[in-house]
Design a protein around this ligand. Sequence first.
Ligand code: SF4
Length: 82
Amino acid sequence: MELRHRSEVATSASWRDDALCVEIGPSAFFPDKGQSSRTAKRVCAACTVQRQCLEFALTHEERFGVWGGLSERERRRAVPGR
Ligand code: SF4
């Protein structure tokens, strides 16, 4: 899977300008299977655009990585029927 940074993916979203993950890099947000997403979630918890990021991920059905503090599995659970 190609790692894409949120600033590259969400080029039309203004909230990306305040994305804290820009300073961290994408690898923590796309952990390999079995790896912890704890570091990414900790960054998300301190991010001022967490809500917007999560809404974007849910709207665009982002399947991979941590967005808005939620893993792929957690996002699926957040939206019944997915
Ligand atoms: S909530 Fe997390 S993934 Fe989303 S922009 Fe902020 S740091 Fe990045």
